[in-house]
Write a protein that binds this ligand. Sequence first.
Ligand code: CUA
Length: 340
Amino acid sequence: MTRPPPRPGRAPALLALAALASACAHSDMSAVDPAGPQAGRIAGMTWYLTIVGTVVFIITIGFLLYALWRGNRRVESYAGEGAERHIRRWVIGATAVTTAILLVTLVYDFATGRALARFAEPDALTIRVTGHQWWWQAQYIDPDPSKRFETANEIHVPVGRRVRIEVRAADVIHSFWVPNLHGKVDLIPGYTNTTYFRADRAGIYHGRCAEFCGYQHARMDFLVIADPPARFAGWYRDQLRSSVPPADSVRQVGEQVFMGTRCAMCHAIRGTEAGSRVGPDLTHLASRGTIASATLPNTRGHLAGWVLDPQSQKPGVYMPPNQLKPDELHALLSYLQSLK
Ligand code: CUA
């Protein structure tokens, strides 16, 4: 993913701050490297608060150091009524400046909030995201039922189109956050919250649960993958399809292993008998780049380790360990890797 170079600092005094921000901006998860208008507004507010807060802090500490340095060296020259007038002028001045800064901040904050609220749009792409301990269910909602499908942990969106995210929680409170795209939104059991974002440049944006939700909260990650519209349309078409029946005998055995063991009790694969909604939908598992809530690469080795002993990767995870014979495991892996 290419990123524009950070804008030069407005004043030499802010160079250190700009260097720090540029370091943050080049990590793959950054609220000061906005990839869309919502995140841009929030980044503007962040910069405003950081810069104003820094300047106020420096001035305050400067006055404090000056007062300490001066001590009571010149105290006699401020004796009497003159001193009182002098102090009153300073207190009134400082109060006025503080009030002005707070008023400007209040107005800017309201303006940012209003701007974010205006991003609501009726024809946005709607995705219903449900937080589970500890993974993300993503249902693409369309008025036409034949255009709905479900996936997990990797949310594709088209570049340049507004996306409406409806969030819910299946168990406890979670928080959906992709710093490069939008602000945090809480997932609350029994309640639907909504947020909007738009990705203006293609790329993979890392998201993370931002509300402590139990043992594996720190590894409840997800990806928002912003595709150019044509590629998104291709991906959408592929996701709508049911799984293809296994083509060779190894994969057929793999499918039998899946249906005959605990896998089918928790996961769904469209086009088969497996239809449980306890764990992620695996219909197109092999089209995803990651497993285990975007914390492991989706390779045969990691998949094997995950199927056999998920606890060793994510202690506390609700997926049980599976005891499989080597040939059963290999058949199962071949089947899972064919779910493109
Ligand atoms: Cu889900 Cu923290």
